[in-house]
Design a protein around this ligand. Structure first.
Ligand SMILES: [Fe+2]
Length: 229
């Protein structure tokens, strides 16, 4: 049901089938903050059983729509947990004005303890507007679309599309993300700032967690090679 990733960090897995037949594996990550309250990163469409399992971990206080594409189920999560505050990517300000947010990422300090969960932007790609999240206590970096790590595509169409994107069966940033970068120097500087964090684990929305014994920081540097050039 819930995927235990490490202390205070759980995943909930799902998938999204596009009209083209491409299937994206999905992960929403549930972070328990120091006060015990929960933050839902990139919520998926939780089943009742999954929502109950999340409730058992603690009270949901924050819902995060971390980039301009991961907003489809934020509204469902806010309906299920009406007391939660939404923090959304600046890319959603115009795209999803109906999603009322108490916090726009990057505009001042987040409403949670930033010493526990840092919101780190990838600048230079405004339509994507991705923020990565570094969970300081566990050294876990949460990615949305900044890199995929899909071990086994669900079908031939998915395999074809991931090959075209350069992410077939590997931990890699998609060429599509690269096409969204308008200021390469700014994006590279953002990536370098994130790589300075003591990253022990990478938790992508799309694919498998990268964790010890793999050197997750080195793997991320490699996955981000196109953005660092
Ligand atoms: Fe995505």
């Amino acid at each position: 049901m819930l995927e235990h990733i490490c202390e205070d960090v759980h995943g909930v897995r799902g998938s999204l089938r596009m009209a083209t037949g491409v299937v994206f594996p999905l992960r929403s990550t549930v972070v328990r903050l120091p006060g015990g309250e929960l933050l839902l990163h990139s919520p998926i469409r939780f089943s009742d059983a999954e929502a109950s399992a999340i409730d058992a971990l603690g009270p949901v206080r924050y819902v995060v729509a971390p980039n301009g594409f991961h907003h489809l189920y934020a509204g469902h999560a806010l309906k299920r947990w009406p007391g939660a505050q939404l923090a959304k990517s600046p890319a959603l300000v115009v795209k999803r004005p109906d999603l009322a947010a108490t916090h726009v990422l990057g505009q001042g300090a987040p409403p949670w303890a930033a010493t526990a969960l840092e919101a780190l932007p990838i600048e230079g790609a405004p339509a994507i507007g991705e923020f990565c999240f570094f969970h300081v206590p566990s050294g876990s970096l949460l990615l949305t679309d900044a890199a995929f790590n899909i071990a086994e595509p669900a079908n031939l169409m998915s395999a074809l599309v991931f090959r075209l994107g350069g992410t077939y069966k590997r931990f890699r940033q998609s060429r599509l993300f690269g096409m969204g970068i308008k200021d390469r120097a700014a994006a590279a500087a953002s990536a370098r700032r994130i790589l300075e964090r003591p990253i022990r684990r990478v938790i992508p929305c799309h694919g498998e967690v990268v964790a010890p014994p793999t050197d997750a920081r080195a793997a991320l540097e490699d996955a981000w090679a196109p953005m660092l050039r």
